[in-house]
Ligand binder design. Structure first.
Ligand code: NAP
Length: 261
């Protein structure tokens, strides 16, 4: 006897910016239904995509979503979160955030969500650029913070599993520790290269082309995103200091060595 395909999820998105639009295309492809609300009016773009867009947040909340996906910027999470009219939700809902920092949304959402709502904190470690040719082997980091309805949570995570993502379960704190040393560092180096206004030359090496690519990828993300990585990851300041110290040490070594010649 063949098992019937899993029922599609009704997913509501809060914050319909570039990353939400990118995720939406795959979720729609998998047959889920998407509604969205955002500070900006995305009605036109939404109707082209096949998404129901709500300018009125209260009406958006009344749809009866299985999952609410929070895709707003890190810097606006507090303001956006506190403006959600939770009393308009029709049933206990799974809240999922995709912010690029993790301890901050976990603490804030645990504080403001109604006790009846579940919480899954996620960070897809890819974006419109790195995931444009598919999500295979790209990491999805997540922590099941408060899950009572395992069925809905499993179905949501399956969106990423079905695309071949590498599923990485870890605590939000561990995520932030690793991310400060990897993602925040990557963005910082990319933005330093952008400040230096590096440009292609007639004799680029492969290494230099890699730097140009890094610069281009980094500056495609909003500056708000970069600020959020710094402001709301308690490990980021230390990494910025480490970078500065490493630069000073290297410069010192270089000067000492060349002075001896
Ligand atoms: P972003 O600049 O981090 O966030 C843009 C979103 O935030 C838009 O929906 C925007 O709404 C909303 N927003 C910004 N300020 C607001 C305010 N004051 N009030 C209400 N809404 C506000 O760009 P993003 O790339 O789309 O990222 C969205 C989220 O996904 C972020 O939390 C980011 O950390 C996470 N993420 C991004 C990537 C990536 O590769 N880009 C990867 C993984 C996770 P409007 O569009 O309506 O103005």
């Amino acid at each position: 006897m063949s098992s019937s395909p899993p029922l599609p999820l009704k997913i509501g998105i809060i914050g319909f910016g570039p990353f939400a639009q990118f995720l939406t295309k795959t979720m729609l492809k998998q047959g889920h239904s998407i509604a969205a609300t955002s500070r900006t009016d995305y009605s036109h773009l939404s109707s082209e995509l096949g998404v129901t867009f709500f300018r009125d947040v209260e009406k958006f909340c009344e749809v009866g979503h299985d999952v609410i996906l929070i895709c707003t910027s890190i810097l606006s999470l507090s303001e956006v979160g506190r403006s959600i009219p939770f009393n308009h939700f029709q049933k206990p809902t799974l809240f999922v955030d995709v912010l690029s920092v993790k301890e901050y949304p976990k603490d804030l959402l645990l504080h403001i969500l109604p006790e009846t709502c579940d919480l899954l904190c996620t960070h897809p470690m890819f974006g419109p650029e790195s995931g444009k040719d598919g999500w295979k082997y790209l990491p999805l980091v997540y922590e099941k913070v408060r899950i009572r309805d395992e069925n809905i949570c499993t179905k949501f995570l399956a969106i990423f599993e079905n695309e071949g993502c590498r599923m990485v379960e870890m605590s939000c704190t561990e995520h932030d520790m690793f991310a400060a040393r990897s993602q925040f560092l990557t963005h910082t180096i990319g933005r330093i290269l952008s400040e230096m206004k590096i440009e292609s030359t007639p004799m680029d090496t492969k290494g230099f082309q890699t730097l140009l690519q890094l610069r281009d990828n980094t500056v495609k993300d909003s500056f708000d995103l970069y600020c959020g990585l710094y402001k709301h990851n308690k490990f980021a300041k230390q990494e910025l200091d480490n970078l500065e110290l490493a630069f000073q040490r290297l410069k010192q070594k270089l000067l000492e060595r060349t002075d001896q010649i």
